[in-house]
Design a protein around this ligand. Structure first.
Ligand SMILES: C[S@@+](CC[C@H](N)C(=O)[O-])C[C@H]1O[C@@H](n2cnc3c(N)ncnc32)[C@H](O)[C@@H]1O
Length: 213
């Protein structure tokens, strides 16, 4: 399926697609931040490129009500606005300034927000709280899925083992065949990334599939 041309939606200001525009941080960016996990942004703020969101939105036919629980400046939401199946693309973001940068983001703490029913959770969580984000997100999206952009090696961990071995939903892995860039200088990451997807009631459960470019 192709993304739609028009992104004008009832009740929404027409979004400007700035997903390729990684907004300046409040302080000077450090060397390579997320491109090098050893040097990280203090807030764990990195914007996800539109192409990475488009790949998974297309592959999983993401639609209905989608929530990014740590939306940053709304890069994922902006990309989703172009997909016709998506009816509501909303976000929660802790940082006030970032939350104010896009109309469908509410400022708040995801962990302090009472779970509501959404069809999909789609995000690139802060690395330092990624396990907590996955666990909490799984409570929000019981019908379709929870989809997270994580380091490809994220699964190789004893701490996270239960999410793959004991969890009732079998996780699927969709590695990106191209490394994303999270740096202001456009340099690509030094690590490989994948969309991890916990998909309920779907034939895609337990898949490993490299997403083509
Ligand atoms: C890696 S960035 C991702 C931004 C966005 N999801 C994207 O992919 O472009 C993580 C964001 O999570 C936010 N964050 C951290 N803890 C949070 C929490 N408890 N609730 C909501 N947002 C949070 C940070 O402020 C940061 O903007």
């Amino acid at each position: 399926m192709k993304p739609r041309q028009s992104n004008v939606k009832k009740g929404f200001d027409p979004p400007v697609d700035r997903s390729d525009d990684i907004r300046p941080r409040r302080r000077a960016p450090r060397a390579s931040a997320m491109n090098n996990p050893a040097v990280r942004d203090v807030d764990d703020f990195y914007a996800t490129h539109k192409w990475a969101t488009d790949k998974i939105a297309d592959r999983l036919s993401i639609g209905g009500h989608v929530l990014d629980p740590c939306a940053g400046t709304g890069s994922i939401l902006r990309a989703l606005e172009f997909w016709p199946r998506v009816k509501i693309a909303e976000g929660i973001e802790l940082n006030e300034e970032r939350a104010a940068s896009y109309p469908t983001i509410s400022q708040g703490d995801f962990f302090a927000t009472e779970p509501r029913h959404v069809d999909w959770i789609l995000t690139n969580p802060p690395y330092s709280k990624s396990l907590e984000f996955v666990r909490r997100a799984l409570e929000w999206a019981p019908d379709f899925g929870t989809v997270m952009l994580l380091l490809l090696g994220w699964a190789a961990s004893q701490k996270r083992n239960g999410l793959f071995t004991n969890h009732p939903i079998k996780a699927s892995l969709f590695p990106l065949s191209k490394r994303p860039s999270f740096a202001t200088d456009g340099k690509t990451a030094a690590c490989d990334y994948a969309w991890f997807a916990w998909l309920t009631n779907r034939f895609d459960q337990g898949k490993f599939e490299v997403l083509p470019l």
